[in-house]
Design a protein around this ligand. Structure first.
Ligand code: ZN
Length: 483
């Protein structure tokens, strides 16, 4: 195996986050809705209808391309890709072929060992989705197929990478970074469970040192990043095994079987000429107004890598915290709102609260950050309450948990629950004096230099104060009073 190298290129489809389909006014919210409830004469290919391009889809597609540093074409062409399949009522798919709207992009990925690599993006083009065939209802096999056109005509971008990927880990890192960027610019929600992000992988092998590529197999419909990783690794060993035993790789389309953990041959791969591509006569060339493109570019949000670097520098976060807090646009926004007005020390404390308490709760209840019952401002409030000595670290966790349940603000909860930490020096001095008087042995030990004996006094003070005494103040006064 070590004498061979894998060569992988990925084709990723993302559904653009528009309200309506690419060429008609039907809603894109048909996932899980009654079958064929989001259809019209246009997306079901009735005779005499004309497609009208969705401007919002173009805007989102362009934003994705700009974020991936692609060159935008001043003019691109929609083409008909002709093939017959029951989920495609027109018997052609409107796509882009010879003149896609964007080319020559790049995506920087980071590997586990910290190494960085740049993966080339060959092109991004727009196209419409096909419908969906239904072969079973629940676990009952129908013995025939039904067709649901809700998804037919939904707007997609296809992002084609250069064959720059050399390991399944690189493929995984590429998909992770790609998903992040696409979500950051709002081009797609990339919800893989709803099929809003799908991946095909082109895999070939070659002896290490050889410049020419081997014959590639295309693995279709990989619906999770894990499946992509597993399928690429499987395909690599299959192809190497075949070559080593004197066989020949054929160009074909294969399907990943996640249960058997193997790829199986589906059909010999079509060549582009099999599709009889030609420009769609119903759609004029798409011309991008340079001023509009410049506007889109200027309005792009800060991208994940840049934000990560800024978080690490401005808030003194660890690389891990910076990564977790920028993985989603909404998470980064939440954190920035939480730390407004806090010092960098406070920001670090807020980061801890968010990455442990908040994310733990969100995860346990399967909620997104947008659905958090604890708003960002409460995190800032909790940190401030800890910094001014009102709340102990245990108190912070307690108030956070209560706030999650009641949605009350930490300030209100501190009063309600009587959790306010006592930092009144006079009161604490009285408790410490009491504790010292009733623990003569510990006092003697402290005076003999055994600092650990102070623990018994702290414990006694906590008992007297019902856990509310400010521990820093207690420790200082024990020192003062035993000198
Ligand atoms: Zn329609």
């Amino acid at each position: 195996m070590s004498r061979y190298e894998m060569v992988v290129g990925l084709e990723v489809h993302c559904q653009l986050a528009t309200a309506t389909k690419l060429f008609c006014g039907c809603g894109t919210d048909g996932f899980g809705a009654p079958a064929n409830s989001r259809v019209c004469p246009v997306c079901t290919g009735q005779p005499g209808v004309l497609p009208v391009l969705n401007e919002r889809a173009v805007e989102l597609a362009f934003k994705a391309a700009l974020a991936l540093e692609c060159t935008l074409a001043s003019e691109s062409i929609f083409a008909r890709k002709n093939y017959f399949y029951p989920d495609l009522p027109k018997a052609y798919q409107i796509s882009q072929y010879e003149k896609p709207f964007s080319q020559h992009g790049v995506l920087a990925i980071k590997l586990k060992d910290g190494a960085a690599k740049r993966i080339g993006i060959t092109r991004i083009h727009m196209e419409e989705d096909a419908g969906k065939l239904v072969h079973d209802v629940g676990n009952v096999d129908l013995g025939y197929s039904l067709v649901d056109f809700n998804r037919g005509g939904c707007p997609l971008i296809e992002i084609v990478s250069e064959p720059d990927i050399r390991s399944s880990e690189e493929a995984y890192a590429y998909l992770t970074a790609l998903k992040e960027i696409i979500q950051y610019v709002g081009a797609s929600r990339c919800d893989m469970e709803k099929g809003e992000m799908r991946c095909d992988a082109n895999v070939s092998v070659r002896p290490v040192g050889q410049a020419e590529f081997g014959t590639r197999a295309e693995i279709k419909n990989l619906n999770s990043f894990k499946n992509v990783r597993d399928a690429i690794d499987y395909e690599f060993s299959r192809q190497v095994g075949l070559i080593e035993s004197g066989g020949r790789i054929v160009q074909e389309t294969r399907l990943w079987d996640a249960v058997k953990m193997a790829t199986v041959s589906m059909r010999s791969k079509e060549e582009a000429h099999d599709y009889r591509y030609f420009p769609d006569p119903d759609l004029p060339p798409l011309k991008a107004d340079p001023a509009w493109v410049a506007q889109l570019k200027a309005a792009l949000p800060e991208l994940p890598e840049a934000r990560r670097a800024r978080f690490a520098a401005d808030y003194k976060l660890t690389p891990y915290d910076a990564e977790v807090l920028t993985a989603e646009q909404a998470m980064g926004d939440y954190f920035e709102q939480a730390v407004r007005g806090l010092s960098s020390e406070g920001a670090k404390a807020a980061a801890n609260l968010v990455t442990t308490e908040l994310l733990g709760k969100l995860h346990a209840d399967s909620l997104s950050i947008a659905q958090s019952p604890v708003p960002a401002a409460y995190i800032g409030e909790l940190v401030a309450l800890a910094q001014t000595g009102v709340l102990s670290s245990k108190g912070v966790k307690e108030v956070f948990a209560k706030s999650w349940e009641t949605r009350d603000s930490p300030k209100i909860l501190v009063d309600k629950l009587g959790l306010s930490q006592v930092s009144d020096e006079k009161q604490i001095r009285a408790w410490v004096t009491d504790a010292l008087a009733s623990n003569p042995k510990a006092v003697a030990d402290i005076k003999a230099g055994k600092q650990a004996a102070a623990g018994a006094i702290v414990g006694a003070v906590m008992k007297l104060s019902k856990g509310k005494a400010n521990p820093a103040l207690v420790n200082r006064l024990i020192k003062d009073l035993t000198l």
